[in-house]
Design a protein around this ligand. Sequence first.
Ligand SMILES: [Zn+2]
Length: 291
Amino acid sequence: MKSEITKVLVVITVFYAIRFFVLWTQNVNNNLSIKVLDVGQGDAILINSGNSGSMLIDGGDNWDVDWYLSKQFVFPRCNINALVVTHPHADHLYGINRILKRCKPNLVTFNDVYYSSKLSEVFLENIQHLSSDKKITNFNFAHLKSGDTFYFGKVKFIVLWPDETFLKNATYLNNINDISTVLLLDAGKFEALFTGDLSGEIFSKIDKELYKKHIDGDLEILKVPHHGSADGRNIDFYRSLSPRYCVISVGLDNRYRHPDKRQVEDLEQVGCKVVRTDISGTIEFNISGVL
Ligand SMILES: [Zn+2]
């Protein structure tokens, strides 16, 4: 009996040693990695900036992100340094509540706009708990608005939307998608744009100067807004970005019939290669030499 237990322990030790080595070799680098996770009909984008840690934009409509993160570490644990909630719809927020409970992020950003839903209530309770827990000393939250900038490792983020005036009137907003936090990632000559579920017409309100001065030539990655819905169409805006890869985070055979054919055609018309999570699963970009 004793030798059987020893055998099991040896097998477990070897398993973790191999896993540790594989994960260690994956993590020790100066590369930037962007993963648009396959979470079905929703958004969850994981960004790793060299050895600076992980940032998550939105958490999907299920616990898939939690499951994905658990697989990233030698022992099941969670290590997210920064969390961005673009807006409080369930397909972006549901998984965040799970991550907040299990992980200890240093920074959470979200919009300071009332939205009536049980999920939103739980989210705000979690934020309140993390802020008031004296054992947690390095927790911060922030409300972002256009023009704000912050660094994650060596990567700079520029907030393109929402702007302050729009937020002031957001109490009367018909569509909460329109306060989606829009972030431009700038790492040297590499840029990526994350758009939440913003409506196409709102892109025309964004100050062009804010993004034009940061984008060197083409925009390398565009996270297409609102899962490729027709309401995210704005071909003039997309043409002004000249995006190379357009990523649509969308569920297979979803009931909304996203992505809309016309949106895909618009993106192709401006020369963008469209990639979709419902077809390709998690879409990963590894960018070397920009950090
Ligand atoms: Zn959505």
